[in-house]
Design a protein around this ligand. Structure first.
Ligand code: ADP
Ligand code: MG
Length: 711
């Protein structure tokens, strides 16, 4: 057993093979996880400067241009990247046994010397066999399809192997030649790629592990939060002696990740609060009349959202509120209220939607109440004529696409901006809407985001939720139908059509261009028209239609000139036809959970019972996540619950719609598991927002170039 001066016991004595897992020089600095005070043991005087972590990977031994390229493909460009490359699991501990004591089908480790090697073929498999002896007996160890290993397994070579005794001898799962560590208990297993083995990655991480690492967290903070030193956390991540230790390390790195993010968000929040927006005072007469012209009562959730935004609008700090709500929950009604608040103050409101279809839809919704109220309203998209384009910015309320923020569009006096499906806009676009003026902004999203994620991604936004749709809606009934029973699904659909209802058929998702997708949809619509939908009036909606064509198509569907809309995912948002009561989604397993939930929201918008039929291949042919997605959709209509499920299935925060923000590329934090850690990080960030020095530098560095002022 190796010990190193005053450094802490390495604690590897428990290893069954009694071999030091690594050379002296690579000994970890302290291994005192959970203890935070650094005073007890002398720390090295020279911490590597942060730049050292930024050194390219090829400063490490064994990394030439070829390996460097391969690492790049894994996103590993610097020494620091390697250190933060997270193992996706650890090897379970196994006993080391004497070869004479080997039993079949038990995971163990053995150590011995190579006697001889041989190779042969067995069908498509190439088998390499080495006879290995430890003095008690010999065993034949087999490797498959790694013929190059023969050179390394020269007679007399000492090896340690993990695996189990099987039919063809000892099946090797991992092995070490010389001073390796792949067979150690809790050896990290890294995500490998086709061209670089997990073993190589493990070696390189080993070479990158530093003896010291700068640690920006104040000592008392680490003490209070029971967080280990960063360098210890990195060692624990890659060289844990137990799963518990690996978890303590992960948790520290997760904390760092969350803290940097929360500090950055806190800074953004503060900057924004320094801006000045027009204070709109209390609600006036116009919005009072608006409430009375609505053909329905506002729901409690709508009323609450309105009260929340009224409070924001009274202040001169620009509102930054996220309005989350199920598709069809009535967000647009709330949005129009916010816009009218600007109008009654003599100012303007703008509503920006991500697509022309959606902008047109909103315009139609908004136009009617506006005309009753004597409020002027205009539509502005990239297909608007020059004249419209010049006039639109003078209207009280302007609805449009990103054309709203194109150059030359000068608002008279913009006080309230609503951004619908805000995640579909790039950061730059959202920014441009508020650039140079600081209106109150209401962001809307129908992609429900779990509370934890909202805190993370939208940490600097206030959130209003409309989690219940208007009362007269019946929950959509969803069924999962195997492909071989799709005929039954279509006959169900025809029953609805025969009863005067309308329907959607969603085409299989093709992960290629919009053009390919459109062409495939055309083919599918033609096929359906000749088969399952013969005799019905079928329209086709896809992303390659011209705006005028799309407008006409939607108008015809709304007017019941068409029975069925065959569509790509372009109907995901915005289409509102209450008479459509059934939807078939083909190859539903190919869609994401959030996307399916959005699609489903196109039905169930009236008082009739609506249905969603998800067709997929047989259950046995699907991946486990696909099965979980489909089961979840059948089980619940609750978007927030589905969002939680989605988070679970994906493991991290890569929810549809938040991906672009880049904020959810959390490597170590698991938003559900680490909820309390997140909340601690958030609270601590408020205290550290002014901190200067290394922590602040790291915040700046982590978010350099990212501006999510309206994230
Ligand atoms: P969202 O924008 O959240 O998808 P919308 O605002 O488009 O939802 O509303 C969906 C439908 O529900 C619209 O036809 C709208 O007129 C109707 N609606 C909205 N609020 C109510 C309410 N309180 N009671 C009844 N129907 C409502
Ligand atoms: Mg809507």
């Amino acid at each position: 057993m190796t010990t190193v001066g005053v450094r802490l016991p390495l604690g590897f004595g428990g290893r069954p093979h009694g071999r030091s897992p690594r050379g002296l020089s690579a000994a970890p600095p302290s291994r005192r996880l959970g203890a935070a005070d650094a005073g007890e043991w002398p720390r090295p005087r020279t911490f590597p400067r942060a730049e050292e972590l930024e050194r390219p990977v090829d400063v490490l031994p064994g990394v030439g241009p070829a390996v460097k390229k391969k690492l790049e493909r894994l996103g590993l460009e610097t020494v620091g990247d390697l250190l933060l490359h997270r193992p996706f699991r650890y090897e379970e501990p196994v006993p080391e046994v004497r070869i004479a004591d080997l039993q079949a089908d038990v995971d163990v480790a053995i150590a011995g010397d190579v006697l001889t090697t041989s190779t042969r073929r067995r069908g498509r498999l190439q088998m390499l066999t080495a006879r290995i002896s430890d003095g008690t007996a010999t065993v034949s160890a087999t490797w498959f399809n790694q013929p190059w290993l023969e050179r390394q397994l020269q007679p007399g070579t000492a090896v340690r192997i993990r695996g189990r005794q099987g039919r063809y001898g000892f099946d090797v799962r991992s092995f070490d030649i010389g001073e390796g560590e792949a067979t150690a208990d809790f050896a990290p297993v890294y995500p490998a790629s086709e061209d670089i083995t997990a073993k190589k990655v493990r070696e390189l991480v080993g070479a990158a592990l530093p003896r010291a690492l700068s640690d920006p967290l104040p000592a008392d903070l680490k003490q209070n939060e029971a967080l280990p030193e960063r360098v210890d956390a990195v060692w624990a991540l890659h060289r844990p002696r137990s799963l518990g230790e690996a978890e303590v390390g992960r948790r520290r790195l997760a904390f760092d990740e969350l803290l940097l993010l929360q500090i950055w968000l806190a800074r953004r929040r503060r900057e924004r609060e320094a801006e000045v927006a027009p204070a709109l005072g209390p609600p006036g007469e116009l919005v009072g009349r608006y409430r009375s012209v609505l053909p329905f009562q506002l729901t409690e959730h709508q009323k609450r959202a309105i009260a929340e935004l009224d409070a924001d609008l009274e202040r001169s700090v620009p509102m930054q509120r996220l309005l989350q709500g199920e598709v069809g929950s009535g967000k647009t009604v709330v949005a129009l209220y916010a816009l009218l608040r600007a109008v009654e103050a003599g100012k303007q409101g703008a509503l920006m939607a991500p697509t022309e279809t959606l902008a047109e839809q909103h315009f139609l919704t908004v136009e009617e109440p506006c005309s009753l109220l004597g409020v002027t309203c205009a539509l502005l998209t990239s297909s608007s004529a020059k004249r419209e384009r010049d006039l639109a910015p003078h209207a009280d309320i302007v609805v449009g696409t990103h054309a709203l923020i194109q150059e030359g569009v000068e608002f008279r006096d913009l006080a309230v901006a609503v951004v619908d499906e805000q995640h579909r806009f790039g950061v730059e676009q959202r920014k441009a809407l508020t650039e140079g003026r600081s209106p109150h902004v209401l962001h809307m999203t129908a992609t429900p985001i779990p509370r934890t994620l909202a805190l993370t991604v939208y940490g600097d936004l206030a959130v209003s939720e409309i989690s219940r749709p208007p009362a007269d809606r019946k929950p959509i009934k969803t069924a999962w139908v195997a492909e071989d029973r799709s005929a039954a699904a279509y006959s169900r659909l025809r029953k609805h059509l025969d009863a005067g209802r309308q329907a959607y058929v969603v085409c299989p998702l093709i992960e290629e261009s919009e053009t390919t997708q459109a062409r495939a949809a055309e083919v599918e619509a033609e096929r359906l028209q000749k088969a399952e939908l013969r005799g019905y009036r079928v329209g086709l909606l896809h992303g390659r239609l011209r705006p005028s064509e799309r407008r006409e198509l939607m108008a015809r569907f709304k007017a019941r000139d068409l029975d069925v809309l065959v569509a790509t995912t372009v109907i995901e948002v915005g289409v509102d036809v209450p008479n459509a009561t059934i939807m078939i989604v083909q190859e539903a397993d190919r869609f994401g959970l959030a996307q399916l939930h959005q699609l489903r929201g196109r039905v169930g918008r009236g008082a009739e019972q609506s249905y969603c039929l998800l067709i997929s291949r047989a259950r046995e042919d699907l991946t486990e996540p696909a099965v979980e997605r489909l089961e979840a959709l059948v089980r619940t209509n609750d978007g927030f619950e589905l969002a939680e499920v989605d988070l679970d299935i994906r493991g991290s925060g890569q929810l549809l719609g938040t991906r672009q923000s880049g904020l959810t590329d959390l490597r170590f934090a698991h938003l559900r598991k680490d909820r309390s850690l997140l909340e601690r990080a958030r609270a601590i960030a408020d205290e550290l927002v002014d901190a200067e020095g290394p922590l602040s530098d790291e915040v700046e560095q982590a978010f350099a170039g990212r501006d999510l002022s309206a994230a």
